[in-house]
Design a binder for this molecule. Structure first.
Ligand code: F6R
Ligand code: MG
Ligand code: MG
Length: 364
């Protein structure tokens, strides 16, 4: 069966600052999908990660379908209405348009979609991250799909040994999206040269040598759409696993690194990425940036799961290390790499301050 997985997510308002949506917002979104989804969907789930609500849907209508995108947009609009009625912070903030016009791309919500012929066993992972941006997935994906030190399958399994093709987007090109396709391992250094800069180059998709899609990442940049910063672009990602793809354990292994990513407080800092349980909230320093991983099998479009991958004692140690890294970085406040470079800051205050100071400099 040819099935499409679609994840559409947005921050439509949250309690206590940018921490978590209210139960009522989540119920509104879930009820809207439940009541209106039957004519489009085979199955669905509604999750939250920090302040973001994500709708995972299975259907047979392909990617970029107006019916599916409209359904999710209307559900998120309904959630935003509840958030406004409750006086939640940032109510409706990621919904940049009032009326749906065929596709949610460019309207604020993040989208990751994949269409494929279901394998007899079709396991996949749904990742969602909050208080960071899509480049946060660059390093874990690089390690999982190219590095035999992380992924023994690359040398043990004949199916994986043929490598993978990365589709990488230049997200700073404001005129039109630009993508490049690069093959691992043949073009490994080119891939690394791009992915080292996660604020500019972002993995959008990965394909196996047989042409089947393994990965889809939401690569939208709200500040490109809105023309100004409207918050970090908290990304979602779908990853098919096993057989011709890396195993689940190989895909999740790199998250033990808790790499420093852009985000946290005011979307303007470098902080380590903490793997957390599904439906986790935000805390220390409006962070740390968090990532959740829900594992599913899909069969004839029906979802079985999720299993909460980071809800395991192993990750307690990783979380403790991550918290220590976060505190270490915070010791240096605004200084050097603790705060993002000028063009990645979510606020204009510092630019205005430096412009005012510039006039007071005197030649000597
Ligand atoms: C992401 C997120 C942050 C905020 C940022 C600025 O989920 O919530 O990136 O957008 O912290 O928010 P304000 O200015 O409202 O504090
Ligand atoms: Mg937010
Ligand atoms: Mg968020």
């Amino acid at each position: 069966m040819r099935v499409t997985l679609s994840v559409i997510k947005a921050d439509v308002g949250s309690i206590g600052g940018h921490l978590t949506p209210s139960t009522e917002v989540l119920e509104t979104v879930a009820e809207h999908i439940h009541e209106n989804g039957h004519k489009y969907l085979i199955d669905h789930r509604v999750h939250f990660t920090g302040d973001d609500v994500a709708i995972l849907m299975t259907h047979e209508r392909g990617a970029d379908d107006a019916g599916i995108h409209g359904l999710a947009f209307e559900a998120l609009m309904a959630g935003a209405k509840t958030a406004k009625a409750q006086g939640l912070y940032g109510a409706g903030q990621d919904l940049l348009k009032d009326a749906f016009s065929g596709n949610v791309r460019g309207m604020g919500p993040a989208v990751a979609e994949m269409t494929f012929d279901e394998r007899p066993n079709e396991p996949f992972l749904f990742f969602a991250a909050d208080k960071t941006d899509p480049g946060a997935f660059n390093l874990p994906l690089y390690l999982a799909f190219t590095d035999p030190m992380n992924t023994p399958g690359l040398i043990l399994s004949p199916e994986l040994g043929n490598g993978f093709e990365f589709v990488i987007m230049d997200v700073n090109n404001t005129e039109r999206d630009r993508v490049i396709r690069l093959k691992a391992p043949a073009e490994l250094y080119d891939i690394a040269a791009l992915l080292r800069n996660p604020e500019r180059y972002v993995v959008e998709a990965i394909y196996a040598a047989d042409g089947s899609q393994a990965v889809a990442v939401a690569t939208s940049r709200l500040h490109n759409i809105a023309g100004k910063y409207t918050g970090k672009d908290d990304p979602v990602m779908l990853v098919r696993v096993q057989k011709q793809f890396p195993a689940t354990g190989e895909v999740v292994a790199p998250y033990h690194l808790a790499p420093y990513v852009a985000g946290a407080m005011r979307g303007s800092h470098n902080m380590p990425l903490m793997p957390v349980q599904l439906n986790s909230t935000i805390s220390y320093f409006d962070g740390p940036p968090i990532v959740t991983c829900a594992a599913f099998c899909v069969h004839q479009g029906r979802l079985v799961g999720p299993t909460d991958v980071f809800d395991h004692p192993f990750w307690d140690t990783v979380r403790a290390n991550c918290a220590a890294k976060a505190i270490d970085m915070r010791r240096q406040g605004f200084f050097g790499p603790a705060m993002l470079p000028m063009d990645e800051l979510e606020y204009t205050g510092i630019v205005e301050r430096l412009t005012a100071l510039d006039k007071r400099f005197k030649l000597r």
